[in-house]
Design a protein around this ligand. Structure first.
Ligand SMILES: Cc1cc2nc3c(=O)[nH]c(=O)nc-3n(C[C@H](O)[C@H](O)[C@H](O)COP(=O)(O)OP(=O)(O)OC[C@H]3O[C@@H](n4cnc5c(N)ncnc54)[C@H](O)[C@@H]3O)c2cc1C
Length: 401
């Protein structure tokens, strides 16, 4: 019997909702299965805001994907009628030779991206909320800004449904297997089992359970987002005046922050990037934030801005899924290359790529290959367990078929 669906998408968070949209828009019969309700706060895609930027300090190889993601974000805003992106500008701040600044400059030069270099005096003049040391500089990018994660996921779910996808919520996948002869997959949930030609797995922080046979060491980390009310109010932090920022201290610790987007009493969101990421699982994560943690964040902000921390308002936890080199994993599953595609390990910087990851996953699931540059995201770079699995024809491995 022919499988019921062309593609099943496991997980409808950031990446899975985008994949479901792109697949359905290309005419595939899509089933999406999600453990929780639509747009939830139990994974990695909540908290009101995510930074987006193009002069990418992590690696210039991400830039073409970012340029495409910007186009696709424009398109989903238009097609869904939702406000998602707020390009209020962004600054990468630190000493000129630190990774955050030097890496951003490298990407900007390599890809000829519009940017300005600001010295400490110019930073203080243009952005009085910021308080750099005399030897700190910034790469300022007018096209940087923020994305609203909940609106992004809601838009992709809306567009996927409109294009005919079946989306089932509160229906977790308990296990899946390949059909005999590699004709497709069978996916089981507590209620049902479904068959499809292809499976796309976008498990977020559930990757260690669901993708154990991928052999990629994804570390799940607890991270905290903090909201503070600046001394003297949020006015100077309104998005017309305040850019997003990533600020690297002399010890390599990065803090980042946003303009005030939640109204006069909503405060300003700030966080550490990667620091203090306690290992956890979605079941064991401690959702309580201690006053000692809030005080550590407050102390870091005191250094970089004259009016923060002010008053602590609230804090919310979230999970990073971090790979050893902090690059993503996006590929055909090396052990099941004929039927299964995976996207995980977004290492705390994946959200700005969500729509282009959806496009890549649709390429991989429907065509077996993609024109996007995803060499950096090959799971086999870790010398995975799956490497020893030789049942798949060599030509079908590693994402190209
Ligand atoms: C505090 C914090 C700040 C961040 N800041 C930024 C930023 O500024 N810029 C940026 O670009 N990125 C940022 N990121 C990273 C970005 O948010 C993530 O990379 C992205 O959200 C990951 O999306 P995902 O689809 O992999 O995970 P999720 O959105 O969590 O989706 C995974 C989904 O799979 C579902 N699922 C799991 N198991 C099953 C199952 N068995 N059956 C059915 N469904 C299942 C889950 O319920 C979930 O909905 C940040 C992340 C955090 C936590």
């Amino acid at each position: 019997m022919a499988p019921t669906y062309d593609v099943i998408v496991l997980g409808l968070g950031g990446m899975g909702s985008a994949a479901a949209h792109h697949l359905a828009a290309r005419g595939a019969r899509v089933l999406g299965l999600e453990r929780f309700g639509p747009v939830h706060a139990h994974g990695s895609s909540h908290g009101g805001s995510r930074i987006t930027r193009q002069s990418y300090f992590e690696d210039p190889a991400y830039v073409p994907l970012l340029l495409r993601a910007y186009e696709l974000y424009d398109r989903i805003e238009r097609d869904s009628g939702r406000e998602i992106a707020l390009l209020c500008g962004g600054m990468m701040v630190g000493r000129p030779d630190c990774r955050t600044v030097a890496g951003a400059v490298r990407s900007a030069r390599q890809w000829d991206l519009p940017h300005e270099m600001l010295d400490a005096r110019e930073i203080r003049r243009r952005f009085p909320t910021m308080n750099p040391l005399d030897d700190e500089v910034a790469l300022y990018e007018a096209r940087a800004g923020l994305l609203r994660p909940e609106a992004t996921v809601a838009a992709h779910l809306q567009l996927a449904t409109k294009a005919g996808a079946d989306l089932h919520f509160e229906e977790p996948v308990t296990r899946w297997e390949e059909l005999p002869g590699g004709r497709g997959v069978r996916v089981h949930t507590p209620e049902n089992s479904y068959t499809a030609g292809q499976l796309v797995i976008c498990p977020g922080a559930w990757a260690p359970q669901l993708l154990a046979d991928l052999g990629v060491p994804v570390r799940i980390e607890r991270q905290v987002m903090y909201w503070f009310e600046p001394e003297g109010g949020t006015e100077p932090f309104l998005p017309e005046r305040q850019p997003v920022f990533v600020w690297e201290e002399a010890d390599g610790v990065q803090v980042y922050g946003f303009p005030a987007i939640d109204g006069p009493s909503g405060g300003v969101k700030v966080a550490f990037f990667r620091k203090n990421g306690a290992p956890c699982t979605p079941a064991t994560i401690d959702r309580t934030v201690t006053s000692a943690e809030a005080e550590e964040m407050a102390a870091a902000m005191r250094r970089v801005t004259p009016t923060l921390p002010g008053t602590f308002l609230r804090a919310v936890t979230c999970m990073y899924s971090t790979t050893p080199d902090e690059h993503f994993v996006i590929a055909r599953h090396p052990a099941h290359p004929g039927t299964t595609t995976v996207a995980c390990g977004f290492s705390g910087h994946g959200f700005k790529f969500v729509p282009v990851v959806g496009e890549i996953l649709a390429d991989l699931a429907l065509d077996g290959t993609t024109a996007h540059p995803i060499g950096l995201f090959d799971p086999l770079r870790f010398g995975t367990k799956a490497e020893t699995n030789t049942t798949a024809p060599a030509s079908a491995r590693g994402g190209a078929r």
